[in-house]
Design a binder for this molecule. Structure first.
Ligand code: NAD
Length: 256
């Protein structure tokens, strides 16, 4: 059986949890050697160990996507460990609730630095290698909030709107040899979302409200359902797709 990512090497940021972990496990099951990157070294290593336990190759890499030195180091490590780099899945992200007048400047900076500057830095670190070998593939995790606004989430919406345009811009600059796409997930059952739900005044009502955002499906997505969309974009099956935002939202944006 030919695997979809046979002999490919992938770096995935935010691989210690949620969508990134689901993607790391899925890409590895399709033959990729995976560098699992996370701010939390223990979580990165935990995902890598899960992959190795399945008989596939993986290493955990501690890196802060806000650091140029860390992002350069993660690329160097993947190439020295696996001898190549084919795929960069820019997925690490965070969110802080609060309208503009409520947000502290440093909260704004944190969200923008992780969600948007982080993708710039990781891409900047990987692209020279992709250019030197004449091919590469970048997928960014955007959001339905790249396309729609929501209440009290300005830094997140602005950062994810930026991710969408960064994706399209890089697809223009680096095609055809490097394809650049993004995924736009709707509400997805990950540890981050679970924390938001548990912190709500009425967690059961809030979970129902979130699930109802994905209007057609009426439920939260499983991280694996998002990972499959990323798998399509990083695989050769999407070889004619670039600059695209693949919406995976159970119908949330259906009438946008
Ligand atoms: N869960 C959702 O409903 C949802 C919906 C749309 C988009 N997204 C996006 O999906 C991505 C993954 O989110 P998730 O829900 O799986 O979250 P998560 O919190 O479960 O996982 C995110 C991971 O990123 C890591 N991380 C955070 N800051 C980092 C940094 N500076 N450097 C390196 N790693 C860092 C965290 O340690 C964590 O392991 C994010 O970009 C998020 O915005 C999530």
């Amino acid at each position: 059986m030919v695997l979809r990512l046979e002999n490919k090497v992938a770096l995935i940021t935010g691989a210690g949890s949620g969508i990134g972990r689901a993607a790391a496990l899925l890409f590895a099951s399709e033959g990729a050697k995976v560098g699992c990157v996370d701010l939390a070294a223990d979580l990165a290593e935990e995902t890598a160990a899960m992959i190795r336990a399945n008989g596939n190759e993986s290493i955990g890499i501690q890196a802060d996507v806000r650091s140029a030195a860390d992002t350069q180091n993660m690329v160097t490590k993947a190439i020295s460990e696996f001898g190549d780099l084919d795929i960069l899945f820019n997925n690490a992200g965070t969110g802080i609730r609060g309208s503009v007048h409520e947000l502290e400047e440093e909260q704004w900076d944190t969200v923008l630095d992780i969600n948007l500057k982080g993708m710039f830095l990781c891409s900047k670190a990987a692209i020279p290698y992709f250019l030197s070998r004449g091919r590469g593939n970048i997928v960014n995790t955007a959001s339905t909030f790249s396309l729609l606004a929501t209440t009290r989430y300005p830094a997140y919406c602005a950062s994810k709107g930026g991710v969408l345009m960064l994706t399209k811009q890089m697809a223009l600059d680096y095609g055809p040899s490097i394809r650049v796409n993004c995924i736009c997930p709707g509400a997805t059952e990950t540890p981050r979302l679970r924390r938001h739900i548990n912190d709500a005044q009425d967690p059961i009502a809030y979970e129902k409200e979130l699930a109802s955002l994905n209007v057609v499906m009426g439920r939260l997505a499983d991280p694996k359902e998002i990972a499959y969309a990323a798998l399509f974009l990083v695989s050769d099956e999407s070889s004619f797709v670039t600059g695209h935002a693949l919406v995976v939202d159970g119908g949330q944006t259906i009438d946008a």
